[in-house]
Design a protein around this ligand. Structure first.
Ligand code: FAD
Length: 510
């Protein structure tokens, strides 16, 4: 009979965002069980040191830990985020916001955008964006929490944070240590495996001795110390679709209006991010080294900054893709150790959350049932693939051909899952739903319409009402949105009002 002895020890290798998120979640969810949790991190190696923009799901993660929002925001210099502004993606000069929310209400079960397509076909000039509360609030630098009144337009959105991920990890470390997680500072120099099963038995930490565990969580970053270094699991390289492989990151001074959104501006060989925190603005240039030299990429970044730099630019290299198995034997790779997709839609921290949630749902005993491991790998694989397709959409739904990189995407053979979606949209205005899709229809609509991918047809059901009635309903939505935004507080004022301001006051007036 299979050994069903429960896991009694978990060792997390790595103390970046992934390591401390895993430690915090496990120490909370496994409280009361006879399981010890240890974490090893090395100050000498350090963390990747970037990762500032998040997705709304992180609120559920924090809520499950009982974290108070204002306290977390003060500790991490956080601002609120209503979406991402994309500049120059469809054509040079274009601008749209991918919001954390919807566009107008469905009418007779037909999505609002179908009516908007009908009005547009008839010559109506109004922007779809004007029917979205989070977009208009973001454009006006306003923020409030969603209303609990589901009839109110202020209930039609979610929100996330822009924060210092290093400070977030430190915040979670305090949380996890209070819950009993033990931390070892030092470098893992050797991994010992069971000769028969191949499972990792223990790791040796320089000058600290050996740490044994039943389950290891590899959060060691790009190097994948256990999943790759010890188990040689292999990596699926997705550079064919997402060729960006370098980044240069630099913080600048905080100046001007505190925007409740992240910005991603397309460049000739990649794109540039701008993420406003309370105490500084995070900036970076993600690019493909086949299409631009490191020096040119540096110059493009520096000449496009809108405030003085606060530190020297830092360079990073990566290969887009995923580990062939996220869970191999008794090692589960979470965070950069599991894979990396460029940060265009702020998905990495979210994938850490997925990795932890799926692990808790399938938490093993010492038999390590192969069906559970296979299910974990299937689910995590889908999470990564869905996001890959959505990221790729940004590069192919474009009219830009002004540089080698944009021309590269013109001839690219897309994954079937994405080309079917694009075809259904262009020919019928229909959005095929994915199993496991992180990004829901409004996100796809935002990018497709924002990048001028206009469907040839709209849903015939949108014809059921007279043109005048549809037009009046749309005008009423716009009016509701505008009037709600006028009553929404200024973003910085709201942060202060809820007691979430850390260094916000000092940043004012520069
Ligand atoms: P790391 O931060 O690299 O941590 C690895 C840990 O392992 C460290 O503590 C290190 O000391 C330890 N370690 C490694 N080797 C050893 C050893 N031998 N012994 C002991 N300890 C060891 N994500 C987002 O969600 N939003 C963003 O806006 C975003 N922007 C990004 C921009 C760029 C350019 C890049 C590259 C990534 C970005 N990310 C973003 C991803 C994000 O940075 C990571 O997902 C997140 O920081 C988690 O990293 P990690 O904990 O997996 O790895």
């Amino acid at each position: 009979m299979a050994d069903t002895v429960p896991i009694s020890s978990v060792c997390i290798v790595g103390g970046g965002t992934a390591g401390w998120m895993a430690a915090a979640a496990l120490s909370n969810k496994l409280a009361g069980l006879p399981v010890t949790i240890s974490l090893i991190e090395s100050a000498e190696i350090g963390t990747v040191g970037v990762g500032e923009a998040t997705l709304p799901h992180i609120r559920a993660f924090n809520d499950a830990l009982g974290i108070e929002e204002a306290e977390m925001m003060r500790a991490t210099e956080a601002t609120f985020k209503l979406g991402i502004e994309f500049c120059d993606w469809g054509r040079l000069g274009d601008r749209y916001i991918h919001p954390f929310g919807d566009y107008g209400p469905a009418i007779n079960d037909v999505p609002f955008y179908q009516y908007w397509l009908r009005l547009r076909r008839a010559g109506d000039q109004s922007r779809l964006d004007a029917h979205s509360y989070p977009i208009v609030a973001a454009e006006n630098g306003r923020f409030r929490r969603p209303s609990s009144d589901l009839a109110a337009v202020e209930s039609t959105f979610g929100y996330a944070y822009q924060f210092d991920a290093g400070l977030y990890a430190a915040f979670l470390r305090r949380y996890a240590e209070k819950k009993g997680v033990t931390r070892t500072e030092g470098k893992v120099v050797r991994v010992d495996r069971d000769g028969e099963t191949g499972h990792v038995r223990s790791v040796e930490v320089a000058e600290r001795g050996t740490i044994a565990a039943d389950l290891f969580i590899d959060c060691s970053g790009f190097r994948g110390l256990l999943i790759e270094g010890a188990l040689e699991t292999g990596y699926s390289d997705w550079s064919e679709w997402l060729p960006c492989n370098r980044a240069i990151a630099v913080p600048t001074e905080s100046c001007g209006v505190l925007r409740p959104f992240t910005r991603a501006t397309a460049r000739t060989a990649g794109w540039q991010w701008r993420i406003p925190l309370q105490h500084r603005v995070g900036n970076g240039h993600v690019y493909c080294s086949s299409f631009i030299s490191d020096d040119e990429a540096h110059d493009q970044l520096v000449t496009n900054l809108d405030a003085p730099m606060r530190a020297e630019p830092r360079r990073l290299s990566f290969t887009t893709g995923r580990r062939r198995l996220f869970w191999n034997k008794n090692v589960v790779a979470i965070g950069l150790a599991g894979g990396f997709l460029e940060p265009l839609e702020s998905t990495s921290i979210h994938l850490i959350q997925d990795g932890i949630t799926e692990l808790l749902a399938l938490f093993p005993d010492r038999a390590f049932a192969s069906c559970d491991i296979a299910e974990y790998n299937r689910r995590m694989g889908l999470h990564y693939e869905r996001i890959r397709d959505f990221l790729l959409l940004h590069y192919v739904a474009t009219q830009r051909t002004d540089s080698e990189m944009w021309r590269h995407f013109t001839d690219l053979r897309l994954p079937d899952s994405l080309s079917e979606r694009i075809e259904a949209w262009v020919t019928r205005g229909h959005l095929i739903r994915y199993e496991f899709g992180l990004f829901l229809p409004p996100s796809w609509i935002a990018v497709m319409l924002g990048q001028n991918l206009i469907p040839e047809r709209y849903d015939i059901r949108a014809e059921a009402m007279s043109h005048g009635a549809v037009s009046a309903k749309a005008a009423a939505v716009r009016e509701k949105v505008l009037s709600a935004v006028r009553q929404t507080p200024d973003h910085a004022a709201f942060i202060r009002q809820i007691g979430a301001a850390a260094s916000l006051a000092a940043a004012e007036g520069c």
